[in-house]
Ligand binder design. Structure first.
Ligand code: MLC
Ligand code: AMP
Length: 531
């Protein structure tokens, strides 16, 4: 019998308890066998959601129903399922169900506009799109739209959910090897179209194993999980490490500092982007007593200021462990669990990951000099979906991936990121490519040209500033320009400050001098406002 008949994971048939002896077919499936199969009969909580525990076995029965539902929708091994839904236990089980059915999981930022989603779906050739009910109408209009099924933000209703209730909670496990694709994650490009990074079962598993070991995660851990589950950080790092260790997640729909403080007593560890830490520091509820029992605080996805590290240590007594990664390579470096955690650095290359700091030709620069980070190892992706040319530009024939991140390495190996060769802005842990924003701005009537640069932002780390030049005789209204680009660009990509100038600064070659603009607008978000 169910303990809670309105439980979000109930299928409605009233037949399933938490412990069980669910039989599962024995096909080898690299990721399923390591992350999920060991927990099939585990009654221990995997998730805590809205104050209720959800056992591993219960979660995996939902995943099995999802695997069956995806098959019933016509998908088979190697097909892509695109998913743009709110964060919920069902949304997390979609990832597990896709792995079980051998289907390639393609999660999408919930902030993406229908125009953006339309591109990802068409480019990936997804056979099914699962989206929020409120997004469905606009997505139907997208080019080459596949069938759409809906799932509500809390994962408890919608046509996809309806399909689940008729499915058995035991499912065949599709045979998948280490080199088979597990996920396709889109990253924006410095020029042109977004690229789908192909991540294999072994990319994800090898990285999860390394991190679980390095960060000492065990069954006794409960991770405060307030990250989105459509990116590497929240979906793979946080979730896979917890699954491998057999620990639990305090699953929050989004980050809220007051809620995080309220939940902290139940947690042993937290992973977050720097904005989580600066927002927590702004809350008086963050104290040494509150965090005394915590085992580990981890930060990544964007640079953390040394000041934030210092303020955190002063307030809580803990040293934040900073690590560095990216969609294409999962995690690449980390400060040590037991050794010296150096603020302002991203630590040492992970065991099994080769890291070089190189010149443009891929030759090592001397230690202490700035170069581009190149990486090789089992964590490095297989290439960009259907883009052999782009893959060849960034993955060298010897297997090294050119990250575009500029760094120096200390004599004892610690890596400090000092900039980006690519023109990217990181806002609250989300990446923004100026080219994409500039293309949208340039298409607005009255805009002659535009340049987008990042400026330091006290909450988000960086935020985009648009510098516009009007066509002769045109009077530009910044609000109208922003309204014009809104339908095409996810909200987080939209400029938070617009400046009108007579001309963009250019060098003698005619290239826009972004560095000059970055200097000029460096204080738009930090300067105290005139009264
Ligand atoms: C939301 N908004 C953002 C934003 N997130 N704007 C800029 N940058 C962001 N990151 C906008 C919304 O559109 C809204 O705009 C307003 O801010 C408030 O929305 P919200 O939903 O209340 O946002 P908030 O809760 O404040 O979210 C901020 C955040 C969140 C930082 C908590 O963005 C977040 O969880 N970021 C984590 C990103 C992440 O996981 N990155 C990992 C990538 S993987 P308006 O105008 O409508 O009010 C990777 C590899 C690696 O990088 O190394 O890990
Ligand atoms: P994404 O493409 O979303 O995976 O973003 C990856 C990028 O985030 C990297 O290329 C880095 O530029 C940046 N990044 C991730 N972690 C860190 C970190 N700890 N410090 C600085 N930059 C980081």
């Amino acid at each position: 019998m169910h303990d809670h008949s309105d439980h979000p994971l109930d299928c409605g048939c009233g037949a399933h308890g938490d412990a069980g002896d669910t039989p599962v077919a024995e096909a080898p499936n690299t990721l399923y066998d390591a992350l999920f199969r060991p927990h099939i009969d585990t009654a221990r909580p995997f998730l805590h959601w809205q104050g209720r525990p959800i056992g591993y076995a219960r979660f995996l029965r939902l995943a099995a129903r999802i695997a069956n539902a995806l098959r019933a929708a016509g998908l088979g091994p190697g097909d892509r399922v695109a998913v743009q839904v709110g964060k919920s236990p069902t949304a997390l089980a979609l990832y597990a169900g896709a792995v079980q059915a051998g289907i390639v999981y393609l999660p999408l930022n919930t902030a993406y506009t229908p125009a953006e989603v339309g591109y990802f779906v068409a480019d990936s050739g997804a056979r099914l799109l699962i989206c929020a009910p409120q997004a469905e109408e606009a997505l139907h209009g997208a080019d080459e739209a596949p069938p759409i099924l809906t799932l509500s933000d809390d994962g408890t209703s919608g046509r996809f959910h309806d399909l689940l209730s008729g499915q058995p909670d035991v499912a065949e496990v599709a045979a998948r090897g280490p080199g088979d694709l597990a996920a396709l994650l889109y990253t924006s490009g410095t020029t042109g179209r977004s690229k789908g990074a192909m991540l294999t079962h072994d990319n994800l598993l090898s990285n999860a194993r390394t991190l679980t070991d390095l960060w000492r995660f065990t069954q006794d851990d409960t991770l405060l999980h307030a990250l989105p589950i459509f990116h590497t950080h929240g979906l793979f790092v946080a979730t896979n490490v917890t699954l491998l260790a057999g620990g639990a997640l305090l699953l929050e729909p989004a980050f809220d500092a007051a809620r995080a403080i309220g939940l902290m007593p139940q947690a042993t560890a937290m992973m977050g982007v720097p904005t989580f830490y600066t927002r927590l520091l702004n809350d008086d509820g963050l104290t040494r007593e509150l965090t005394a029992h915590m085992r580990l605080f981890i930060s990544g996805s964007a640079p953390m200021l040394a000041d934030t590290h210092a303020a955190w240590t002063a307030r809580t007594g803990h040293r934040i462990l900073e690590r560095y990664g990216m969609t294409e390579v999962n995690m690449a470096t980390s400060n040590p669990h037991d050794g010296d955690r150096r603020a302002g650095t991203v630590g040492l290359p992970l065991p099994g990951v080769e890291l070089k700091v190189c010149d443009a030709e891929g030759r090592d620069v001397p230690r202490g000099e700035v170069g581009v980070i190149e990486l090789r190892g089992p964590n490095v992706f297989k290439g960009y979906w259907n883009m052999p040319d782009k893959t060849a530009e960034e993955l060298r024939p010897d297997g090294f991936f050119i990250t575009g991140d500029l760094a120096v390495q200390s004599p004892d190996g610690y890596v400090t990121i000092v900039g980006r060769a690519k023109d990217m802005i990181i806002s609250g842990g989300f990446n923004i490519y100026p080219k994409e924003v500039e293309a949208a701005l340039d298409a607005v009537p009255g805009v002659l040209e535009s340049a987008v640069v990042g400026a330091p932002h006290p909450d988000l780390g960086e935020a985009p500033v648009a510098v516009l030049v009007a066509e002769p005789g045109a009077a530009l209204d910044p609000d109208a320009v922003l309204a014009a680009v809104a339908p095409q660009l996810a909200r987080f990509k939209q400029p938070r400050h617009v400046a009108l100038v007579d001309a963009l600064p250019r060098n003698t070659m005619g290239k826009v001098q972004k560095a000059v603009l970055r200097d000029r607008f460096a204080q738009v978000f930090t300067r105290p406002r005139a009264r």
